[in-house]
Structures are given as structure tokens and as C-alpha cells.
Design a binder for this molecule. Structure first.
Ligand SMILES: Cc1ncc(COP(=O)(O)O)c(C=O)c1O
Length: 430
């Protein structure tokens, strides 16, 4: 008998706020009706839904966690071995120390590492450390940095402040109003805006992402490096999405950013929960002076996943492969868009290519149609792809062949108002 995922999802919403714990995996964000919602198993780049229907994941790959592919044998082997020894005991995990040493080999600017499990909580730790040392409440930021109060407080001043930093319409409900003004946004890559902020007030930290839809410019990087050194502001680079992807360690290395603290998550565990705050001694010593401590941060699975991931990256030239696949995909999109007369803007990072449709008022309908048509061909597909080591040339070629067929359909769709009007769109916003 066919299992109706949508029915389960509606029931789940009655017992779990929102249906699950992560906005980015909610089916409404992908499709109005046909997203498969639940998985029964996954391997490599393939996912089986509850009815054992197999899809190839050319979308978010566990929202950027599974850079080495689902159920990577080498990572799982090390993790399973560690489970057999014990997870969270009265005594400490030696692997915490080993992973810290390993990370410091790749983050040469840093002296110490502190581990957590989630990305957002790791960012909160970095902020606490920066404020503990520099003493000012204010933080300047661009980009997305998680769900915690320090960040969402940006919308207390103006509830649109976070709109251009990934997630739109986030309400600051539940955030103490006293945090108003403690966190100030500036536009990605806009040094003048940032510089003006720092002329008016003192900041403990500036928080950036190295890139999202595109990369920080050389000019911005040179100036932010100088600014942070001159004003003794803690430069925090959020590598939760960019780290252990385009290079071994943080993307800051390739771009020439000089961080005081870098924060990792996602890829570092290939799906197992592990995040890390890596920083200079002058900051990290505050990681023990202010109280930052949690039971789950000492369990053993995350450390072993991290160690196995780093080992795999170093031995297999993973980044090179991801970049190659990214180039192939970008080229394929370009050719197919041109051939089918699709209005498309291509961007994203080398290892997370993305595109935007450019159909103004019909855009949302076209995104939804694209995903629905790709689903019919058994692809999980959105407008960005978090590439993994298991996305091989054969997957990319087959995907591009299918995408070309769907782009052809879009070409027909945009000329057919009646059909367009009938499409019920995904609900992408919060
Ligand atoms: C750059 C960045 N920072 C922070 C976070 C939050 O991480 P998490 O969802 O693990 O809490 C994310 C998650 O998407 C992210 O992309």
C-alpha cells in the first residue's frame, strides 16, 4: 500500500511546531504538492522515499552537510567503531583533543579550538567570546548566522533588516527588546557601509560569510582585514556553509581573509553533528573565562566524524572534484538556457552553483514548475546544488539532459498564460 507522506506531514505538524526542526527541509519550500518529504534510506547521491521510490539528489544534499555523499563508508566505519567503544562517558574523549590538533593543522592562524554540535550554537559561542574580550555589545554582520537571539535581534530595529541576508520575514518575536541595536547589518561586500558603522560606534566583532551567491571581492577583503587590525575588532568568518568544501578548511584561506575566529559546521561531520570554533589565543582564552559548556559537546560521534572527514578530504582531493562538477553544471545550465530561451542568471559558489530565473511576477511559479517536473524524472532539484564527492560526471550529464527537457517545457509554459495561472506555488518564505 502506498504511504501518503503528505498525510504524515500534516499529522507531524500537529505534534512538532512547523512539522520538523529545520525550515530548509520543509516540503512547502520546494513544491506545492509533490515533494517526497520523508526518506527511508539514502546512499551516495540517492535518496529513497517512504514508498521506496529512488531520487537523485541534485539539490541541497542534507542542506550542505553531506559533502562526501550520504552514508559514506569511510566516515561511517570510523563512527561505528567509536560507537562500539562508548559515546558519552564520565571520562573524556581523546578524539576531542585529536580533532582539535587536526583542525589546527589546517587553520594555521589559530591556536585553540572549541567544539559544539550545531552551527548556530557555534556562532553564539564565537560572539560570546568576542564580546567577552572586546567588551562592547555591538556586532556588525552580513550574511546568515543561525537562529539565536544575538542574530535575530537585528530585526528588532527594523523587521526587514535580515531580509537580504538569506531568510526573509523572520520575526524577532521572543527576543528581548533590550537587545535592540546590539547587532547591525551591512550589505554583503559593501565596505563603505561597514566603515561608516565603525566610525560611529565601537564593535566587538564583525561577522561575515566568505560568499553565498558570489564571493567577497579582493577590495572588500583587503579593507576589512585592515579595519579589524586597526580597530582591534574581532573578525569572525562564518564557514558553516563554505568550510571544508572548496578547500581543506575555510574558504577564507583561498580569499586571503585574516580572521581572528573561524566557525565550522555542516561539512565537518558529513551529516553527523559537529561544529567548531577555531581562533587566536587572545580570543579563545575567553572561551573558558566566560562560561560556555554543554553535555552533548563531549560525545564521541561528532569528533570521530570530523576526524574521518578531514582524513577523507586530504587523501581524495575532494575540493578539486567539487569544483570540476560545479564548472560542468554551470556550463550545462548556460547552454541549456540559451538553447531554450530561458531567462536565467547563473551564480553561486564554485562548489554550490545556483541559478535564478528572471521572470519577475511569474518567477515563483516557474521555480515550482521546475522542481515538480524534475521530480517527475526522479530528481530532487532546486535552483542550487550543494555538490558532493559522490556527484560524478555521469550524474551531472544525466541531470543536465533531464534539465534540458524541463527547460524546454518552461519555454512553452511561459507562453501559456492559462497553464501558468493554474500553478500553485511553493511557499518559500518563513
Ligand atoms: C553560514 C551559516 N551560518 C550558520 C548557520 C546555522 O547553522 P545550523 O543550522 O547548523 O544551526 C548556517 C546554516 O545554514 C549557515 O549557512
Amino acid at each position: 500500500m502506498k504511504i501518503l507522506s503528505k498525510k504524515i506531514w500534516l499529522k507531524a505538524k500537529k505534534v512538532i511546531p512547523g512539522g520538523n526542526g529545520l525550515l530548509s527541509k520543509r516540503p512547502e519550500r520546494f513544491s506545492n504538492s509533490s515533494w517526497p518529504i520523508y526518506f527511508s534510506k539514502a546512499k551516495g547521491v540517492e535518496i529513497w522515499d517512504l514508498n521506496k521510490i529512488k531520487y537523485t539528489d541534485m539539490s541541497i544534499m542534507g542542506i550542505g552537510t553531506s559533502t562526501l555523499g550520504y552514508r559514506n563508508d569511510q566516515i561511517d566505519k570510523r563512527v561505528k567503531k567509536s560507537i562500539n567503544k562508548g559515546i558519552n562517558t564520565t571520562l573524556n574523549s581523546l578524539d576531542e583533543y585529536l580533532l582539535a590538533k587536526e583542525m589546527l593543522k589546517h587553520d594555521k592562524f589559530a591556536d585553540k579550538v572549541k567544539f559544539a554540535r550545531g552551527g548556530g550554537e557555534a556562532m553564539s559561542i564565537a560572539i560570546r567570546i568576542a564580546r567577552a574580550k572586546n567588551k562592547f555589545s555591538k556586532i556588525a554582520f552580513s550574511g546568515y548566522h543561525g537562529w539565536q537571539d544575538w542574530y535575530i535581534a537585528a530585526n528588532l530595529e527594523n523587521n526587514k533588516n535580515l531580509n537580504n541576508h538569506l531568510l526573509k520575514n523572520l520575526t524577532p518575536m521572543g527576543i528581548p527588546k533590550e537587545l535592540r541595536g546590539t547587532i547591525v547589518p551591512f550589505k554583503f561586500n559593501n565596505f563603505n557601509e561597514l566603515s561608516n558603522l565603525t566610525k560611529k560606534e565601537d564593535f566587538s566583532a564583525i561577522v561575515i560569510e566568505c560568499g553565498r551567491y558570489n564571493y567577497l571581492s579582493k577590495n572588500f577583503i583587503q579593507k576589512i582585514n585592515q579595519l579589524c587590525i586597526k580597530k582591534k575588532i574581532c573578525l569572525i568568518v562564518d564557514e558553516i556553509t563554505t568550510g571544508w568544501r572548496e578547500t581543506n578548511g575555510g574558504l577564507y584561506k583561498k580569499l586571503g581573509i585574516k580572521p581572528d575566529i573561524a566557525v565550522y559546521g555542516k561539512s565537518l561531520g558529513n551529516g553527523y553533528a559537529i561544529s567548531a570554533i577555531v581562533g587566536k589565543e587572545k580570543y579563545m582564552k575567553y572561551g573558558n573565562r566566560t562560561f560556555i559548556s554543554s553535555t552533548a559537546w563531549t560525545e564521541n560521534i561528532g569528533f570521530n566524524a570530523g576526524l574521518a572527514v578531514i582524513d577523507f578530504f586530504v587523501k581524495n582531493n575532494v575540493s578539486e572534484h567539487l569544483i570540476q562538477m560545479g564548472n560542468l553544471i554551470r556550463k550545462g545550465w548556460e547552454i541549456s538556457a540559451k538553447k531554450n530561451g530561458i531567462k536565467l542568471e547563473i551564480g553561486g559558489l564554485k562548489t554550490i552553483p545556483s541559478f535564478q530565473f528572471k521572470y519577475t511576477k511569474n518567477n515563483e511559479k516557474i521555480y515550482t514548475f521546475f522542481t515538480d517536473m524534475m521530480l517527475k524524472e526522479k530528481y530532487l532539484a532546486t535552483n542550487s546544488i550543494y555538490l558532493s564527492y559522490q556527484h560524478k560526471k555521469k550524474h551531472v550529464q544525466k541531470y543536465l539532459f533531464t534539465l534540458d527537457k524541463v527547460f524546454k517545457k518552461i519555454n512553452h509554459l511561459v507562453k501559456n498564460k492559462k497553464k501558468l495561472d493554474k500553478i500553485k506555488t511553493r511557499k518559500f518564505n518563513y
